[in-house]
Design a protein around this ligand. Structure first.
Ligand code: UDX
Length: 436
C-alpha cells in the first residue's frame, strides 16, 4: 500500500520505517527542513535501538521518502497517518493545533477519498473535530468528497519501539465505515495479535486509559515500597508475589524514583482534564500523579539521611534518561532530582551512555556539575553513587573497581538495579527503594 505519515517524531518515524519494512511505500511529511535532510541521509535525530539501520535499509530499497511539503505527502496516498505532536497546554489539556492543521490543510487540497488515521494520543472525540474541520473546508470549496477518520492508537515504548510496533500485544482500530475498516484490515493483515475494532471514541479512550493505568500501577507499587521500607519487607518480592496472579500481571511493578517520559506525565494530566471537562471527577489519577512527583523529593531526603549534609560533597550520578535505551530526558526523574541536589550544595559528577548531550543543553557544565566520560571517572572521589536509570552498562560495572575509586563505598540505587546482598558482600553500604 501507499501510505503518508505526517510528523517524524518517535511515533511517526517508527510507524513509517516499520510499515516500509513490511513492504509498503511510505512518504513522511516533516515540517523541520533540517530533520528531513538528516533523515534523507539515513540519520535518526534521536537514539532508538535499531531504528537507524532499518531507516537506511528502507531508504536504499526506495520504500521510504521524506518531504517538508504537506501537499506532496497528501497527493502521495489516500491513507494519512497523523503522528504530529500533541503537547501539553498550561491547563493540562492537549494542544491539538497540529492535528487540526493536518485536517485543515488536507481538506483544502484533497480531490479524492482520504482516510485520516489518528496515531497521536488525542483526547476522546478528537475524531469528531477532525471530521467537522474537513467537512467545513470541503463545503467551502463546494466539493463533495468522501473521507473517513479512524483512531488507531500507538502503544510503542521508547527503547523498544520497533519490536513493540511489529509485535504488539494488540491493535486497536476505532472505525465508523466499512470502507475504512477494510483498508485497516488490509494494512494489518499479517499481524498475528488480536485486532480490536471499536467506534472511534472508544479507541481514543483505550489509549489514555491504558497509559494512565500503567502509571497508576507504578505509583501503587511505589507506595507499597514506602511501606516496605518502614516495616523491613522487600518490595521486589511483594511485586513478584502479586504479579504471578494473572489478574494483576508482573509488568510495571518495578518500584523506583517514579515514571517520566514524553507520554505518562502528559497523558495522565490530559486524561484528568478531559474527565473534568465531561463532569467526571477522576481524582484517583491526581493522587497517582502526586505520588510520582513526591518520589524525587523522597529520594533526595534518603540521600541526605545517608550522608548527613550534602554541602560540598561530591556525588556520582549514573543515568539521566527517563529510562534505559533512550537519550530522551523529557520529564525524567533526573530533572527533578538534580536541581534538588544542587540546592543542597552538592557537587555532581554526571554520566549517561546516551543522554548527556540533551542534559547539557539544560544544565551546562559548571562549578557544581561536570559530565564524565565513563562510569569509573564519574565515581572518582565520590561520597556516594546515585543510580537514576537502570542502563545495562551499570549492571555490568566492575564494582570492585568502583569501590576502590570512591571516597566512601555508598550506593543509593533509585531503580533497584543491584542485588542488595551481592553489593553488600562486596563491601558497599547499599540503599535501594523498598528493599531491606
Ligand atoms: C509509555 C507506554 O508504555 C507506551 O505504551 C506508550 O505508547 C507511550 O508511553 P514509554 O514512555 O516509552 O512508553 O516508557 P515506559 O517503558 O512505559 O516507561 C515509562 C516510565 O515508567 C519510565 O520512566 C520508567 O522508568 C518507569 N517505570 C516503568 C517504572 O518506574 N517502573 C516500571 O515497572 C515500569
Amino acid at each position: 500500500m501507499k501510505l503518508t505519515v505526517v510528523g517524524a517524531g518517535y511515533v511517526g518515524l517508527t510507524t513509517a520505517v516499520c510499515f516500509a519494512h513490511l513492504g509498503h511505500e511510505v512518504m513522511v511529511v516533516e515540517k523541520l527542513p533540517n530533520k528531513v535532510e538528516l533523515l534523507k541521509e539515513g540519520k535518526v535525530p534521536f537514539y532508538e535501538p535499531g531504528l537507524e539501520e532499518l531507516l537506511k535499509e528502507n531508504l536504499s530499497l526506495g520504500r521510504l521518502s521524506f518531504t517538508t511539503e504537506l501537499k506532496q505527502g497528501l497527493n502521495f496516498s489516500e491513507v494519512i497517518f497523523i503522528c504530529v505532536g500533541t503537547p501539553q497546554n498550561p491547563d493540562g489539556s492537549a494542544d491539538l493545533s497540529q492535528v487540526e492543521e493536518v485536517a485543515r490543510e488536507t481538506a483544502k487540497i484533497m480531490e479524492s477519498y482520504k482516510l485520516f488515521v489518528e496515531k497521536s494520543t488525542v483526547p476522546v472525540n478528537t475524531h469528531k473535530l477532525i471530521k467537522r474541520t474537513v467537512e467545513r473546508y470541503l463545503q467551502r470549496r463546494g466539493k463533495q468528497i468522501e473521507f473517513d477518520v479512524v483512531s488507531n492508537p500507538e502503544f510503542l515504548r521508547e527503547g523498544s519501539a520497533i519490536k513493540d510496533f511489529l509485535e504488539p500485544d494488540r491493535i486497536v482500530v476505532g472505525v465508523e465505515s466499512q470502507r475504512a475498516r477494510q483498508i485497516m484490515e488490509e494494512l494489518y493483515r499479517d499481524f498475528k495479535c488480536p485486532i480490536i475494532f471499536t467506534d472511534p471514541a472508544t479507541s481514543e479512550l483505550i489509549k489514555h486509559a491504558s497509559n494512565s493505568f500503567l502509571a497508576m500501577k507504578i505509583s501503587y507499587i511505589n507506595m507499597v515500597a514506602d511501606l516496605c521500607e518502614k516495616v523491613g519487607a522487600d518490595v521486589r518480592l511483594v511485586a513478584e508475589g502479586m504479579g504471578y496472579d494473572k489478574r494483576i500481571g508482573r509488568e510495571f511493578l518495578r518500584a523506583g524514583i517514579g515514571w517520566g517520559g514524553s507520554c505518562f506525565p502528559k497523558d495522565i494530566k490530559a486524561f484528568i482534564k478531559m474527565a473534568k471537562d465531561h463532569g467526571v471527577d477522576f481524582s484517583l489519577l491526581e493522587e497517582v500523579d502526586k505520588i510520582n512527583q513526591r518520589r524525587a523529593v523522597q529520594f533526595v531526603e534518603k540521600v541526605k539521611n545517608v550522608l548527613w549534609s550534602l554541602k560540598g560533597k561530591t556525588l556520582a550520578v549514573w543515568g539521566l534518561s527517563f529510562k534505559p535505551n533512550t537519550d530522551d530526558i523529557r520529564e525524567a526523574p533526573s530533572l527533578r532530582i538534580i536541581p534538588l541536589l544542587l540546592k543542597e550544595g552538592a557537587f555532581l559528577k554526571l554520566y549517561d551512555p546516551k543522554a548527556m548531550e540533551n542534559f547539557k543543553a539544560l544544565y551546562p557544565p559548571g562549578k557544581d556539575l561536570t559530565y564524565e566520560k565513563d562510569i569509573y571517572k564519574t565515581v572518582e572521589g565520590a561520597s556516594a553513587l546515585l543510580i537514576l536509570t537502570e542502563w545495562e552498562e551499570f549492571e555490568k560495572a566492575d564494582l570492585e573497581r568502583v569501590k576502590e575509586l570512591m571516597e566512601l563505598p555508598i550506593i543509593v540505587d533509585g531503580r533497584n538495579m543491584y542485588d542488595p546482598k551481592r553489593v553488600r558482600e562486596l563491601g558497599f553500604e547499599y540503599y535501594g527503594v523498598g528493599v531491606p
